[in-house]
Each structure stands twice: as structure tokens, then as C-alpha cells.
Design a protein around this ligand. Structure first.
Ligand SMILES: Cc1cc2nc3c(=O)[nH]c(=O)nc-3n(C[C@H](O)[C@H](O)[C@H](O)COP(=O)(O)OP(=O)(O)OC[C@H]3O[C@@H](n4cnc5c(N)ncnc54)[C@H](O)[C@@H]3O)c2cc1C
Ligand code: SF4
Length: 512
């Protein structure tokens, strides 16, 4: 099959086709699976609901880029509106607007998956070759300390002053990165070695056909076997223009933990133990801003390059589950989190050049749920008491780091906002302030919902990513994870997608 990119918005008529494999979604997991499966000689089709955005389209304007690149135009929230969840839409998925941090899955997490979820073949050793290949493919290197921007320097200075553990991170950018600071709005300089730039062109070169503006509605199946997918081709605003139906015997779900669960739920797949959509984890994070007397210009340079891991212990039962990283936003995002209206908001925003922001993201134990309400996908997620303690710990320690770095004032957006000017103010930051719709929470790492496990009573797919009840259905994205991973997920998703792709090829050869 000769490969290519096809834009659904330019197609007027219904499409019907046959392939060996169809992949639903083209983010970290979907792009890796597309490349691996196409390179193994299978005919592969990818259907991606968002558009095809590349460097020339990235205008560096929040009002244009957020609606174009994010699910629900950037307005996705949990059912009670208390957590904003950002995830991507478009070829390359969330890798197009992410901040390029790269870390392998921690050995402690892999051990828990093996011991608690029966994933016997998963260990640091067995996953190492996959991580090595991903790091090579995506050019993962440590960030040069010379590239620490103002926001990251403040985190480093505060953490070092307090003797907190921390260090430089690794990333997948190349020499085209000029440190513009616009990562979350797409890179106009094409400096990111993300799924759209690296993997999808390789998949197409190996013969894959990749549709943008193509939303999968459901998986087709009968007699316990996958038969393909059906969906719609849309215009640039997501409105349906034509139908698309792909006949295959193998379907890979790669729509992210929220999108893949929605497709599975809509498809009426046999789910005797009601596992589909359960166990959602999101790494929710509190936002903490610090105002300094000097100009910081956090909006310039590589947004995230230094981490504080003093309160991050990923071993089972740990009560230190906080990952502290810089988290600066552009003006619209910042003003949305700044308290006050009119002149009061204007006064606060005048501090924008002197402001630094941290996020205390938690390795969450709360299990949320994705479910359908008619046609709408809903997300039920309310942090439990232990996770609220962790959110408070993250906010308190981030505020302490700011004070140690010389902040004049620290603010935690909440109702009412919490202000910290001296150490004694830190005691007001308690778990009670992390009840729903008090302190503002954001999340950018949806995981779980179609999790791996040996026991079909408590999981959706097996260790090979294969659905327990529907032959020919696989999961290749962040939905696979049995628990939160407590760090940036893209490397883990790329590596597990690569691993599952190998099993898909073996299974298909065995079937034919
Ligand atoms: C602002 C931000 C910053 C981040 N920074 C980092 C970072 O620095 N490091 C890191 O490791 N991770 C980061 N992440 C997270 C990381 O990018 C994601 O965890 C990862 O990309 C998820 O991979 P995935 O394959 O599960 O889903 P995604 O990459 O989200 O891809 C899913 C794709 O499926 C498509 N889709 C959904 N439903 C359908 C459907 N019905 N039909 C067709 N297509 C569908 C979506 O449009 C999307 O393109 C960040 C995320 C955000 C939002
Ligand atoms: S910081 Fe680098 S990778 Fe990010 S948008 Fe700017 S040039 Fe691109």
C-alpha cells in the first residue's frame, strides 16, 4: 500500500476501505503503533479526529491555538468543574503542544504493576530495550543547564537553599529550538521531535494512510471478533461532512485515556465486570505563583527544565507523592487563574514579568471514571482525602521554595485565594483547601481507563495490550497504565505502544 496524509476536511464523499489494522487516534501511542505496524509490512490506517497542524500553522496566539490544539477547545473539565484537564487533538495528539520532558517509567512503578496487577513479564530489564529505542528515535538528551530560564532558575535556587533534592530534566528537542517559550501552543520553529514530526512521516513512508479530521465513533464487532471501525469525516470545526468505515480484523485504540474509553463505551464491547472507563488517573496539580521584585520573564526560554523531587517517593504506600516543576502560562491562561476583575486584575497582571509559577503535581491514588451521558463524554474525578493531603503538601512546599528564592508574595489561586508572605502563613495551606472548587487544579496526564492486568475482573486488557473479551482489539495509549506513574508519561506511552505493536504483529501472524 502506498502511504500518505489525507485531510478529512477536503473529502466530500463517504470513504470505505479495507486494511490489516486501523488505529484510532494519532498521539504518542497511536503514532508509535502506526510506525511499528507499517514497518512490519501490515497495511495500516490511522484515523485522527483533530486537524493536521504543523510549524507554519502555529501563530503563538492563545486565542487561536488553544481551541485548535486541545480537546473541547481547551475547556475540558471534570464533572464537578473542579479540575481542568488539558489534552491534545490533532495529528501527533498531545505531543504537539507538550513541553517535551522525557523520563522512563520508574522501576518502583513497574514493580507494582508486576506484583499487584499480575504483569509478570514487565520489569525494568524487560522494558529497557524499548526505552532505549524511544530515546534514540526521539533524540532524548539532558537539557543543557545553560538553558535554564528565569522560572526554572528560581525553582533551582529555592530548592538548593532548602537543600531539597532536584535536578535537570531530559527532553526531545533539537537544535531548531530557539527557546521561544511557546511549547504549549505548538512550535513555530519545528524544534520538537514529537510524534507528528518524527513518527507519522516514518509511518507514511512505510505505507500507512493517515487521516486527519476523522473521528472514530465505534468499533465494529461480531461473534467476539473486531471487524473494523466506523466514524465521520469532519470540517475544521469538527462538524460531520461524510462517513468513514474501515474493515479490519485488528483495531488499536489510541485516543488517550479519555478518548479511547469513550470509543470503547460507545461500541458496546462485552464488559462483564464493568471495567471500561474505570481507574482514571490524571496527576492533578495545584498552581502556585510567586511575585519577585526583579524581572523574571518566565515566558521566555524552555518552559520546564528543572524538577524538585524532594517529596516524590514512588514506592508503594509512600506519603510523599509530589512532583514539583515550573508551570508558567501565557497571559490569557495566567489571567484566568489570577483572582479579581477589572482594575484589580489589571493590577495583578502588571506583575506578569516578575512572576514565576510552580505546579505541585501528584502521583494520584484517586480512581476517577470516564462515562457516557448520551453522546457526551463525562469525567468523574474528585481527589480523595489522601490525595488532598498531597496537594496541600505540594502547594506548601512550592510556596516555601518561592520564599527561599526571595519571593515578595506567593499566591495560590483558590476561593478565596491563599496569600503567603512569610513562613508562618504556610500553615493555612491545608488539605481542607483542596476540597472541590476551592483551590484551582489542573491536569495534563490522563491515564488508566482500559488498564492492563492479568485478572479480567479488575482490568480491560492483558499484558500484551489485548482486550480480555474481544479478539483483535488492542490498546496502545496511556489508557493501558494500571496506576498513575508519577512523572511525565510520554516516554512510557511510546515504549508500551512499541511493545504492544510487537505483540499485534505476532498475534496476526499466528492467526493467518
Ligand atoms: C500542556 C501539556 C504538556 C505536557 N507536557 C508533557 C511533557 O513535557 N512530557 C510528557 O511526558 N508528557 C507531557 N504531556 C502529556 C503527554 O503529552 C501525554 O501523556 C501523551 O501525549 C498521551 O499520549 P496518548 O497516546 O495517550 O494520547 P494523546 O497524545 O493525547 O493522543 C490521543 C489522540 O487521539 C485523538 N482522538 C481522541 N478520540 C478520538 C476519536 N474518537 N477518533 C479519532 N481520534 C481520536 C485525539 O484527538 C488525540 O490526537 C503534556 C500534556 C499537556 C496537555
Ligand atoms: S521553546 Fe523551543 S521547542 Fe518550545 S516552542 Fe520555543 S523553539 Fe519550540
Amino acid at each position: 500500500m502506498s502511504g500518505g496524509f489525507r485531510r478529512g476536511r477536503e473529502i466530500q464523499q463517504d470513504v470505505a476501505a479495507t486494511a490489516d489494522v486501523v488505529i484510532c487516534g494519532s498521539g504518542a501511542g497511536g503514532s508509535m503503533a502506526a510506525r511499528e505496524l507499517a514497518r512490519s509490512g501490515l497495511s495500516v490506517m490511522v484515523l485522527e479526529e483533530g486537524g493536521d497542524h504543523t510549524a507554519r500553522d502555529f501563530t503563538q496566539r492563545e486565542d487561536e491555538m488553544i481551541p485548535a490544539l486541545f480537546q473541547e477547545m481547551g475547556g475540558r473539565r471534570t464533572e464537578d468543574l473542579s479540575v481542568m484537564i488539558l489534552s491534545g487533538k490533532g495529528l501527533g495528539g498531545s505531543t504537539v503542544h507538550n513541553t517535551n520532558l522525557c523520563k522512563r517509567t520508574a522501576p518502583e512503578i513497574l514493580t507494582q504493576w508486576r506484583e499487584d496487577h499480575g504483569l509478570r513479564g514487565i520489569s525494568e530489564q524487560s522494558m529497557s530495550p524499548f526505552f532505549q529505542r524511544v530515546e534514540q528515535d526521539l533524540g532524548v538528551v539532558p537539557i543543557d543547564p545553560i538553558r535554564l530560564n528565569g522560572n526554572n532558575q528560581i525553582l533551582k535556587a529555592g530548592a538548593e537553599h532548602l537543600r531539597y533534592r532536584g535536578g535537570m530534566l531530559s527532553h526531545n528537542r533539537d537544535e531548531r529550538c530557539i527557546g521561544s517559550g511557546f511549547c504549549e501552543l505548538g512550535c513555530a520553529y519545528d524544534g520538537k521531535l514529537n510524534a507528528r514530526r518524527v513518527l507519522l512521516p516514518q509511518a507514511v513512508e512505510a505505507g500507512a494512510i493517515v487521516y486527519s479530521d476523522a473521528r472514530v465513533v465505534r468499533v465494529l464487532h461480531d461473534d467476539g471478533e473486531a471487524r473494523g471501525v466506523e466514524g465521520v469525516l469532519t470540517d475544521a470545526n469538527g462538524r460531520s461532512r461524510a462517513g468513514i468505515r474501515i474493515h479490519t480484523r485488528t483495531v488499536c485504540l489510541a485516543g488517550s485515556a479519555i478518548g479511547s474509553a469513550s470509543i470503547a463505551l460507545r461500541s458496546g464491547i462485552h464488559d462483564p465486570h464493568s471495567q471500561i472507563g474505570k481507574s482514571l488517573r490524571i496527576h492533578p496539580g495545584a498552581i502556585i505563583s510567586g511575585v519577585f521584585d526583579r524581572v523574571v520573564e518566565s515566558f521566555r526560554g524552555i518552559p520546564q527544565s528543572y524538577e524538585c523531587t524532594e517529596f516524590l517517593d514512588l514506592s508503594k504506600g509512600s506519603n510523599k507523592r509530589v512532583w514539583i516543576i515550573p508551570s508558567f502560562a501565557h497571559p490569557i491562561g495566567s489571567s484566568a487563574l489570577t483572582p479579581g476583575f477589572g482594575p484589580a486584575l489589571m493590577r495583578q497582571m502588571r506583575n506578569y514579568p516578575r512572576t514565576a509559577v510552580l505546579a505541585g503535581m501528584i502521583h494520584d491514588e484517586t480512581e476517577g471514571r470516564v462515562y457516557l451521558d448520551g453522546e457526551r463524554t463525562r469525567i468523574d474525578y474528585v481527589p480523595n482525602a489522601q490525595d488532598r493531603e498531597q496537594l496541600a503538601l505540594g502547594a506548601r512546599e512550592s510556596a516555601r521554595i518561592f520564599l527561599a528564592a526571595g519571593a515578595r508574595e506567593v499566591m495560590i489561586p483558590a476561593v478565596p485565594p491563599m496569600y503567603v508572605r512569610r513562613e508562618s502563613d504556610l500553615s493555612q495551606i491545608t488539605a481542607a483547601r483542596f476540597a472541590p472548587n476551592d483551590a484551582k487544579l489542573t491536569a495534563v496526564h490522563p491515564m488508566g481507563t482500559l488498564r492492563m492486568g492479568a485478572d479480567p475482573h479488575s482490568s480491560v486488557v492483558d499484558e500484551r495490550g489485548r482486550h480480555h473479551h474481544l479478539s483483535g482489539l488492542y490498546v496502545v495509549d496511556g489508557s493501558l497504565f494500571p496506576t498513575s506513574i508519577g512523572g511525565p508519561p510520554q516516554m512510557s506511552i511510546y515504549a508500551f505502544a512499541m511493545k504492544v505493536s510487537g505483540h499485534v504483529v505476532q498475534d496476526m501472524r499466528a492467526r493467518s
